[in-house]
Design a binder for this molecule. Structure first.
Ligand code: URA
Length: 428
């Protein structure tokens, strides 16, 4: 059925409810180029301002899924499980998590993205491994899953093309920060990816999309409902992003930290969240005889999967990782407890050092980023190293230092306002 774009826009502008045929038409006609960018921009802004109910969000999501292919893993003999993070600073969890969950008994087909702004992208991190290839055909993906148990690669252009076009438009029209639009964008890709179960890591805090627990909870509930309604067993954890995750922020620096975790070491917060998410994924996948994730990290079996997965995608897991040419150490101005270390500021600093991109065509530096020598709650000594900045050119340090101005505080005792690592669990 055809509609008039202006009629659809005015329904939402006047706080009305869009019908299923109106939504199907708007998404399809925009993807085909029949609805113009300026008309879709107006509709997106009306949605951002006036919201959508659960039925409208489900219809919008389904319309985006129908715009492209839907993958099918039913040829595999074990359940599939995936995780999606809404993005944060130092969030390298996918790197140890995908091989860990595969080592414990599920298949993990994970389509990931690149970073934009201060949040890093999983593909950018993995591309710092010499030879590693992000783009795989569907047959190659299946081959890597069969060889290694897990695959992390780029989503092909056939998956939810409506979302690609809509996301690019939202990016330049101030319409990214809408819970219905974020939830439908993420879930259309995850449902089209064909996973049987999904664990969502919804980040909360300055370094995340969602700055407070209430909005993170609303986003989590919306996505869990969308997944459940589409037949994907979905749960969400709200997790802390008021400080960076782990001690490394930046592409190769994060790969090195992920490898430490796979070798049985690594920072406590990264290990705790990796193990917790692995348990959630195995439970959601319904694997009754799953191996214990802590054991699989200790006995090297998760590391074995990692090595097979990297090798199967052309990477050399033994090759030295790229390093930045220049570094600068920041020392503590006083002795005491580090009470605050703002995630957004550290993310911005890493971005300005070259770890992130401003436009999606920009290259990223593999070696650039920030290494943290103390986290909130740790004791620090005056003049002792607090963090190290890494960059390919020393001219980048000044703007990174500006980003870190006021980003940390040293006091007498730990700040009771810090979020717990796992804030809440949201189920259907
Ligand atoms: N990630 C997505 O894929 N879509 C959004 O809208 C926001 C984050």
């Amino acid at each position: 059925m055809g509609f008039d774009a202006i009629e659809v826009i005015t329904v939402k502008r006047d706080r009305g409810e869009l019908s299923t045929p109106q939504i199907d038409w708007a998404v399809d006609a925009y993807t085909r180029g029949e609805v113009a960018d300026e008309q879709m921009s107006a509709l997106l802004m009306a949605i951002l301002l006036n919201g959508m109910n659960r039925r409208e969000i489900a219809d919008w999501t389904q319309a985006m899924i129908r715009s492209g292919e839907r993958m099918d893993w039913s040829v595999l003999d074990r359940p599939t499980a995936d995780k999606h993070s809404t993005g944060g600073v130092g969030d390298k969890i996918t790197l140890p998590l995908a091989p860990l969950v595969a080592a414990c008994g599920a298949y993990v087909p994970q389509l990931s993205g690149r970073g934009l702004g201060h949040t890093g992208g999983t593909l950018d991190k993995l591309e710092s491994i010499p030879g590693w290839r992000a783009s795989l055909s569907n047959d190659e993906m299946l081959g890597v899953i069969r060889t290694a148990g897990a695959v992390v690669c780029a989503a092909g252009s056939g998956l939810a093309p409506a979302d690609k076009k809509l996301y690019a438009l939202r990016d330049v029209t101030g319409t990214v920060e809408s819970i219905p639009l974020i939830a439908s964008s993420i879930m259309s890709k995850k449902i089209a990816e064909g996973t049987g179960s999904l664990v969502l890591d919804v980040k909360v805090g300055s370094g995340a999309f969602m700055k407070d627990v209430d909005s993170a909870r609303e986003l989590a509930r919306t996505m869990v409902a969308l997944g459940t309604d589409a037949g994907v067993r979905t749960v969400a954890l709200l997790t802390a992003m008021d400080r960076p995750l782990g001690n490394a922020v930046g592409n190769a620096l994060e790969v090195a930290e992920a490898v430490e975790v796979l070798a049985g070491g690594g920072p406590d917060d990264v290990v705790e969240l990796t193990v917790r998410l692995a348990r959630e994924m195995l439970e959601a996948a319904g694997i009754a005889d799953a191996r214990d994730p802590e054991e699989a990290l200790k006995d090297g079996s998760a590391m074995d999967v990692w090595r097979r997965m990297i090798t199967a995608q052309g990477g050399d897991p033994d090759a030295p990782l790229p390093k930045a040419a220049e570094f600068l150490e920041i020392t503590a101005p006083a002795s005491g407890v580090l009470t605050r270390l703002d995630a957004l500021s550290v993310g911005l600093a890493a971005w300005r050092l070259g770890a992130g991109r401003a436009r999606k065509e920009d290259p990223v530096s593999a070696g650039a980023g920030v290494t943290l020598h103390a986290k909130p709650g740790d004791l620090v000594g005056e003049g002792r190293p607090l963090m190290t900045l890494h960059a390919d050119e020393s001219t980048r340090f000044e703007r990174a230092l500006d980003a870190l101005d006021g980003a940390y505080e040293i006091g007498a005792s730990a700040d009771p306002g810090l979020l717990p690592l796992v804030v809440e669990r949201v189920t259907a």
